[in-house]
Design a protein around this ligand. Structure first.
Ligand SMILES: [Zn+2]
Length: 196
C-alpha cells in the first residue's frame, strides 16, 4: 500500500517538474490530483490499521462508526499532505496566478469607462476658414490658446477647454506651428470679424 503512495508522490513530483519546465498548468493540476490521491490512500491505510488495532476492544461500535470516520478525516489529510511537500506550496501561488488573468478583465473595463468619457470630450472639429480670412489672420497678433498635445487653437472662452492647462500663443504663430482652428469656438471667424 505504501509503495503505491510512494509511486504516486514520485509521479506527482515528476509532473510538478514537468509543469515547471513546460509552464503548463495542466500538469500542475494533475500533480495536485495525484498528491491528493496519495493522501487519501494514506488515510485509508491508516484507518484500516487503527480499526484492526482497536478491533478487540470495541467490535460492535466501530463498524457503524467506521463509514462516518473516513468521511470526516478525508478533509484533514489533504491540507496535511500539501504542506508536507514543500514544492506543493509553489503550486498554490502558481494556481493563484492562473486566477489572476480571469480577474484582470475586471479592471480593464473599468479603465475603458474613463477612456470613453474622455472620448466623449474628443477633439473638436476643425473650423473651415475661407482663404480670404486666412490672409487676414496672417497679419493678426491676437492671442489664442492651445492645449499641449492637442491640434486645435481656441478662444479662451471655448467650452471645450474646461479645466485644461492653457498655453497662450499668437494666432499667427499657432498657425505656423501647425495648429488648426477649433470648430466650436471658431477663433478664425471671430478674430476676422473683430478686425473687419
Ligand atoms: Zn475651441
Amino acid at each position: 500500500m505504501l509503495y503505491i503512495v510512494l509511486v504516486l508522490v514520485l509521479a506527482a513530483l515528476g509532473l510538478l517538474v514537468t509543469a515547471l519546465i513546460t509552464a503548463s498548468s495542466l500538469w500542475a493540476w494533475v500533480s495536485i490530483g495525484l498528491s491528493v490521491l496519495a493522501g487519501l490512500i494514506l488515510v485509508a491505510d491508516w484507518l484500516r490499521r487503527r480499526r484492526r488495532a482497536s478491533a478487540p476492544s470495541d467490535v460492535a461500535e466501530p463498524d457503524p462508526a467506521a463509514p462516518a470516520a473516513p468521511a470526516a478525516s478525508v478533509a484533514e489529510p489533504t491540507p496535511e499532505e500539501v504542506p508536507a511537500e514543500a514544492e506543493q506550496t509553489v503550486l498554490i501561488p502558481a494556481a493563484g496566478d492562473l486566477g489572476d488573468p480571469a480577474d484582470t478583465p475586471d479592471p480593464e473595463p473599468a479603465a475603458e469607462e474613463p477612456a470613453a468619457e474622455v472620448e466623449a470630450e474628443a477633439e473638436p472639429g476643425e473650423e473651415k476658414t475661407p482663404a480670404d480670412d486666412i490672409a487676414v489672420l496672417a497679419d493678426l497678433e491676437d492671442e489664442v490658446v492651445v492645449v499641449d498635445e492637442h491640434p486645435r487653437y481656441h478662444l479662451r472662452a471655448c467650452p471645450w477647454l474646461g479645466t485644461r492647462e492653457l498655453i497662450p500663443i499668437g494666432i499667427g504663430e499657432a498657425r505656423q506651428l501647425g495648429f488648426t482652428p477649433c470648430a466650436r469656438c471658431t477663433p478664425d471667424a471671430t478674430l476676422v470679424a473683430a478686425h473687419s
